[in-house]
Ligand binder design. Structure first.
Ligand SMILES: Cc1ncc(COP(=O)(O)O)c(C=O)c1O
Length: 401
């Protein structure tokens, strides 16, 4: 039996051009110029797993390896660096394009001292803490219940005040909003949007889209047009940005896309299944090893893009992500090794199931998977919890049987 759920997107189309235009190709190229001003910036590699593709019966599997991003082991700093620049530019009344790595600390200091607040499972908080320190400002970070100590230590090492709450991710955000509202000179840096809070999440999505820009250009250099793309979703800022950018880049010829979530945090899947375009939220503890995806409330800006542009929504279980971590960590001969964490490997977990499991042949057929398929994925993190990574990859934790 398949323990993967999937649904084709049949939601009636609406006008998503306002959110889609955030990921306009020329704008994202300018944001990449902004990132280039950081000494830590480099395009991350797009890894081609040729032998795995052959073995799984498709033409190509291409994975963006975000473990190399800014030396922070995940893609997240792409978003908050640009968001902090956007915020400072807005407050100073100058175009964001006037700011870069060198001028940002001085520009920030003109606004006085302030504190960035964020809720996180780890990666976003570490990136906010790092960016705040680069600007010479403070950060206060709250992690949701169940987050490992090692991720807390990573955040503290970046100089932030950080703690683990006893709330789930979505409730931690509400707590942070309350706290920030009571604190002087506070700025909430969150990747999810809500009514009236759209500027910062919009800038974060635009910053993330640089990853998709790099991937599209790296494929283009090899004369490859992807036929399929898999994108994992927590609140959906990453998925919305990648989907938006790729749709803008390829236009009519954009790849068939699948949004992948853990089965316990399947708010996008449930929203797609409901089919009328409204969002469905999921509550409770959402216990999963895919910590970055344990979010039960879609960001409405991302949902607007995904419901109009993504083709399929799917859920996986923890053992699928764990298997993908092992497959990527112990590749076939001549395929490069990718160190991919639990959320990072999730889309690959779904792809393995899709290509190997006969119960999914209907989905393969419906989505046009065949020997000519060229599939793009994003490994959005490395071993952000190294002990847990080894438990899974060395000791085989989270096997299906
Ligand atoms: C490694 C990793 N991948 C994917 C995601 C999902 O991003 P989003 O919450 O924008 O959907 C996260 C979020 O924290 C993450 O840490």
């Amino acid at each position: 039996m398949s323990d993967v759920n999937w649904v084709r997107n049949t939601i009636p189309k609406t006008d998503c051009s306002a959110n889609l235009s955030l990921m306009d190709v020329d704008t994202i190229k300018k944001i990449r110029d902004f990132h280039k001003s950081f000494p830590q910036y480099d395009a991350t590699p797009l890894i081609s797993l040729d032998n795995l593709a052959k073995r799984l019966g498709v033409e190509g599997i291409y994975i963006k390896d975000e473990s190399h991003r800014f030396g922070l082991n995940s893609f997240k700093a792409l978003g908050c660096t640009f968001a902090l620049a956007g915020y400072i530019a807005q407050r100073l009344g100058v175009p964001v394009w006037e700011l870069d790595y060198k001028s940002l600390p001085e520009a920030a200091s003109r606004l006085g001292e302030f504190t960035f607040f964020a809720a996180t499972d780890g990666n976003h908080g570490r990136a906010v803490a790092w960016a705040a320190r680069e600007l010479g400002q403070k950060a206060v970070i709250f992690m949701n219940k169940g987050c490992p100590q090692v991720r807390l230590e990573h955040i503290k090492r970046e100089g932030a005040e950080a703690s683990i709450s006893d709330l789930n991710y979505d409730d931690t955000i509400r707590y942070v909003i309350e706290l920030a509202e009571k604190s002087p000179n506070s700025v909430i840096v969150q990747d999810t949007a809500w009514e009236g809070y759209e500027d910062i999440p919009g800038w974060i999505m635009q910053g993330y889209a640089v990853m998709a820009l790099e991937a599209c250009e790296q494929l283009q250099q090899k004369n490859i047009e992807p036929t399929h793309m898999l994108i994992q979703a927590g609140v959906g800022a990453f998925a919305g940005s990648a989907q938006g950018f790729v749709s803008n880049f390829y236009g009519e010829k954009d790849p068939v896309s699948y949004v992948v979530e853990p089965n316990v945090a399947d708010c996008y899947y449930r929203s797609a299944k409901r089919g009328d375009g409204t969002q469905v939220n999921v509550g409770g503890d959402m216990k999963t090893i895919m910590a970055g995806l344990a979010c039960g409330e879609p960001s409405h800006m991302s949902w607007d893009i995904l419901k109009n542009k993504s083709n399929f929504f799917a859920t996986i279980e923890d053992h699928h992500a764990a298997r993908a971590m092992r497959v990527l960590g112990a590749p076939l001969p001549n395929d490069p090794r990718i160190i991919s964490g639990e959320s990072g490997a999730s889309a690959m977990g779904f792809l393995l199931e899709l290509l190997l499991n006969n119960y999914l042949r209907e989905l393969r057929k419906e989505s046009g998977i065949n020997e000519n398929s060229k599939i793009l994925l994003f490994s959005t993190e490395g071993d952000t919890d190294p002990e847990h990574y080894r438990e899974i990859v060395w000791n085989g934790k989270y096997q299906k049987y």
